[in-house]
Every structure is written in C-alpha cells, then in structure tokens.
Design a protein around this ligand. Structure first.
Ligand code: PEP
Ligand code: MG
Length: 324
C-alpha cells in the first residue's frame, strides 16, 4: 500500500549494500513540478516542453517560455531540473507549422533534427532557458541525437546565445548540457559522445522501438516492444559503462525506469538515476531499498547472455526474488 510508504518521500534511495541512487520526476507541465516535490523526488529528470508548443495556436514567445521555465526552477528550490528541448515530429505534431507529411514520421524530422532545420525555434527556447537559469539548477538536453555533429551544432547555438545574453547584461547560472540516447547507433557509439556531453539520459521508450523496429504506438507489434530484450539491456549497459569511464552520470527517463522487473537489472548495471512519473517515485525508491546491488552485479553477465526476454525474466525471478 502506497500510503504506508509515504514516509519514504523524505528518505534517500540506498540499496541494502549502501549504494546511493537518485530518483527524480518526469513532468510535462509547470503544475506537475509540485507533485515531484510532494513525492520526494530529488529533482526533475525530464521536463517535456512540447506541451508549451502544442497547447497554443502559434509558437510561444521567449517571454512566455521564460516564465514557465523560471517558475519550474523556482518551485524546485535549487534541486536540478533537466529540460529537454522541443521534441516535435514523430507522433507529436504542431498543426500551425504546417510540416510536410512524411511516410515514416518516427524516422523523419523529429527532435534535434527538426530544431537544427528550424534554428530560430531552438534559439528562442535556449534564450528563455538560459535566462531562467539564474533561478535554480538547470540542465538542458537534446532529444534524438544520432550523430555527434548534431550535439555539436546544438552546443554551438547554446554557447552563442549564452554569449549574446551575457553581453546584454543578463545574469546566468551554471548550465550543464547533455543529450538523450534513444537511437541504437548512438548507444553503440556512446564513447565518442560521452567525451563531449555533461550528462546522458536514456530514452528507453524510443530506444526500444528503434532497436526492435516496433512502432511504440502500434498495438499489432506491441509483442515486440520488449524492455528486457537482451539487445536493449546490452545497449543500456554499454552506455552506462562508457559514460562512467568518462566520469559522466547516466539516467533513464523512459518508462523502463519505473518498471518493477527492470529496476533490479538497472541497479545491477550501475544506473545512477531513475526518472519516473511522480506517482512512481516512492514505489521505485521502496523497490531499490530492498535490493543488493553488488549481488545483482555479479549475475549481470549471465543475464545479458540469455537469448531472449522471457528467459531473462524467469532467471531474474529465480536469482533474486526467491533469495531476497
Ligand atoms: C523516451 O523516448 O524514452 C522518452 C523519455 O521520450 P518520449 O517518451 O517523450 O519520446
Ligand atoms: Mg523519446
């Protein structure tokens, strides 16, 4: 029962062998930030900013965006807030932009690809964010990065806007710049990215759909949408290991971070941060507090060498649940 666990809102997330994990919240609007605090989230791991663009009949102005970002940062009282730049395209449309119809929208102009083509939209958003950075701890990340040049171009725009604002006399805070890993090629080539980014957040919702070539919104292929498929777990482990070598932290902000079967696997692989819907924060914390990271870590190689998701799931049950 969740109400019996409410005391956990004030606790840290420590495994049985005293390893610390961070649990933060996903939000899609300014109002949802309160829920993250109430449930004991240690920050915001994903602020999806699309709502700001989708609820209107035209693009939100820099001023409108600034007020939203500032109020989210203020309501988090210094706790880190990861804001994702607009991830339009795929299944998220902006009718007023009259984007061209695509045969495969999930493989088309979405996320950072769209933003690098529509630079003024990204620059306006970056300016609003940079101005808001003085009011809290801001981190910015780009979605759908496939090649390092995309991150570099986004970073260059970010730096240019920072310099302009500093020249204008605007006070700005320290801002970390990161990226999402949602594309298998990016997960495989992560060493090169890890050297240039401040932090990494894995978007498993998209990573799963691209790895198994199964549209995340198509029920006819939902049987292929398998979070514990060894291919997914190996990609995640590859990202965590390479990022740690470069001293970067790794978060997961897809639904997998709150998934009961996945959590022990992610703990054993050394994931640093779980970013989940605010209603799942306490449950995730309670779950991790019952696990022994070192013990799971010893079994990870065996698990990742199993041939399919079904075997991984049943091996997990045998290894951990019966023993713990
Ligand atoms: C993801 O892909 O896992 C993710 C967090 O982004 P979204 O669900 O908004 O695509
Ligand atoms: Mg995504």
């Amino acid at each position: 029962d969740l109400s019996e666990l409410s005391w956990l809102a004030k606790e840290r997330t420590i495994s049985l062998d005293e390893q610390y994990f961070s649990i933060v919240g996903n939000i899609g609007s300014m109002e949802e930030a309160k829920g993250v605090i109430e449930h004991g989230g240690e920050g915001i791991g994903l602020f999806r900013t699309e709502f700001l663009f989708m609820e209107k009949k035209q693009l939100p102005t820099e001023e409108e965006q600034f007020h939203v970002y500032k109020s989210v940062l203020e309501s988090m009282d210094g706790k880190p807030v990861v804001v994702r730049t607009i991830d339009i395209g795929g299944d998220k449309e902006l009718p007023y932009l009259k984007l061209s119809k695509e045969m495969n929208p999930f493989l088309g102009l979405r996320g950072i690809r769209f933003c690098l083509g529509e630079q003024s939209i990204l620059r306006t958003q970056l300016r609003a964010l940079i101005r808001a950075s003085a009011f809290g701890t801001l981190k910015i990340m780009f979605p759908m990065v496939a090649v390092i040049e995309e991150f570099r171009q986004g970073k260059l725009m970010f730096k240019e806007e920072c310099e302009k604002l500093i020249e204008e006399g605007v006070e700005i805070g320290h801002i970390e710049l990161g990226m999402m890993v949602e594309i298998p090629a990016t997960a495989l080539m992560i060493e090169a990215f890890a050297k240039e980014v401040d932090f990494i957040s894995i978007g498993t919702n998209d990573l799963i759909q691209y790895t198994l070539a199964a549209d995340r919104s198509n029920e006819q292929v939902s049987y292929l949408y398998q979070p514990y498929h060894p291919a997914i777990l190996r990609l995640i482990k590859n990202v965590i290991d390479a990022a740690h070598k470069e001293g970067r932290s790794v978060s997961i902000c897809g639904d997998m971070a709150g998934n009961e079967v996945a959590i022990p696997l992610l703990v054993g692989m050394g994931l640093d941060e779980f970013s989940v819907h605010s209603a799942a924060i306490i449950k995730t914390r309670a779950h991790i507090r019952k696990l022994n990271k070192a013990e799971i870590e010893k079994k990870i190689d065996i698990l990742l060498n199993l041939p399919n998701a079904v075997e991984i799931e049943s091996a997990l049950e045998n290894f951990f649940y019966k023993k713990l």
